[in-house]
Design a protein around this ligand. Structure first.
Ligand SMILES: Cc1cc2nc3c(=O)[nH]c(=O)nc-3n(C[C@H](O)[C@H](O)[C@H](O)COP(=O)(O)OP(=O)(O)OC[C@H]3O[C@@H](n4cnc5c(N)ncnc54)[C@H](O)[C@@H]3O)c2cc1C
Length: 195
C-alpha cells in the first residue's frame, strides 16, 4: 500500500501561492482569539517563535517540549548563521536568488512554495531577531555584518560568532517568557523522558 503525503500547498504560481492564500484566509476577530487554544509541539526555533508570536497575537497557546528546558532544542546546534536577502553588501542578492540557492542547496527536494515564502519573509525574520535582542555580529559602523556561507556567491548570512543557533534560541525563549508572564501562553509543559 502506498501513502501519498498531502502537504496542502496552495494553488497558483510559486511566488504567489502563500501570499494569495494568506490574503484570502478568514481572519479571527480579536475578541475571539483568547477563546481559541493553539497547540505548538516543540520549542526549537520554529516552535518557540511560533508560540511566542501566536501568544503576542492574542491566542491561547499550549507549547510542548520534551527537554529539561525549552532552550535545549536541537536548534542550539546551528552554528554558521541565518540567511536573509537584505542585500546589505549590494552584491546582487534578491528574494528569488535566496529561494533558488536554498532549493538547490537542498538538492531540489524541498517544497518550493514553502522555500519561496521563507525567502520572502527572511528580512523580517532578521528584524524580529534583532528586536528580540539577538547579538548578531556588526561592522565597526554599527551595521549588521554578513558573511558568505554554504557556497553562495553573495554574502547574506547573519551570524553571532559560532553560536548563532544558541543566540537565536535565547532570543526566541525570551519572547516566549514575556508571553508566559502575560499568561497568554498558558504554560510550557516540560515532559521529561526517562529511558
Ligand atoms: C550541526 C548543525 C548545524 C546547523 N547549522 C545551521 C546553520 O548554520 N544555519 C541554518 O540556517 N541552519 C543550520 N542547521 C539547521 C537548523 O539548525 C535547523 O533546520 C533548525 O534549527 C530546525 O529548527 P526546528 O525548530 O524546526 O527544530 P528543532 O530545533 O529540532 O526543534 C524541534 C523540537 O521539537 C521537539 N519535539 C519533537 N517531537 C516532539 C514531541 N512529540 N513532543 C514534544 N516535543 C517534540 C524536539 O525535542 C525539539 O525540541 C544546522 C543543524 C545542525 C544539526
Amino acid at each position: 500500500m502506498t501513502k501519498t503525503l498531502d502537504s496542502r500547498i496552495p494553488e497558483g504560481p510559486v511566488a504567489e501561492k502563500w501570499t494569495n492564500y494568506k490574503a484570502h484566509q478568514r481572519l479571527v476577530n480579536p475578541k475571539n482569539k483568547l477563546k481559541l487554544d493553539v497547540i505548538v509541539v516543540g520549542t526549537g526555533l520554529a516552535g518557540a517563535s511560533a508560540a511566542a508570536s501566536l501568544g503576542e497575537m492574542g491566542f491561547n497557546v499550549l507549547n510542548f517540549c520534551i527537554q529539561d528546558s525549552p532552550r535545549r532544542a536541537h536548534s542550539i546546534a546551528a552554528q554558521g548563521g541565518i540567511n536573509a536577502a537584505k542585500n546589505y553588501q549590494n552584491d546582487g542578492d534578491s528574494v528569488y536568488r535566496l529561494f533558488y540557492d536554498t532549493v538547490k542547496g537542498g538538492d531540489y527536494r524541498a517544497r518550493e512554495a514553502n522555500v519561496y515564502r521563507l525567502a520572502e519573509v527572511s528580512n523580517d525574520i532578521i528584524d524580529q531577531c534583532v528586536a528580540q535582542g539577538v547579538p548578531f555580529a556588526r561592522e565597526y559602523g554599527g551595521m549588521l555584518a554578513n558573511r558568505s556561507f554554504g557556497g553562495a556567491q553573495v554574502s547574506r548570512t547573519f551570524y553571532a560568532k559560532g553560536q548563532t543557533g544558541q543566540q537565536l534560541l535565547l532570543g526566541a525563549y525570551s519572547s516566549l517568557s514575556a508571553q508566559i508572564q502575560l499568561v497568554r501562553l498558558s504554560s510550557i509543559l516540560v515532559m521529561r523522558w526517562r529511558m
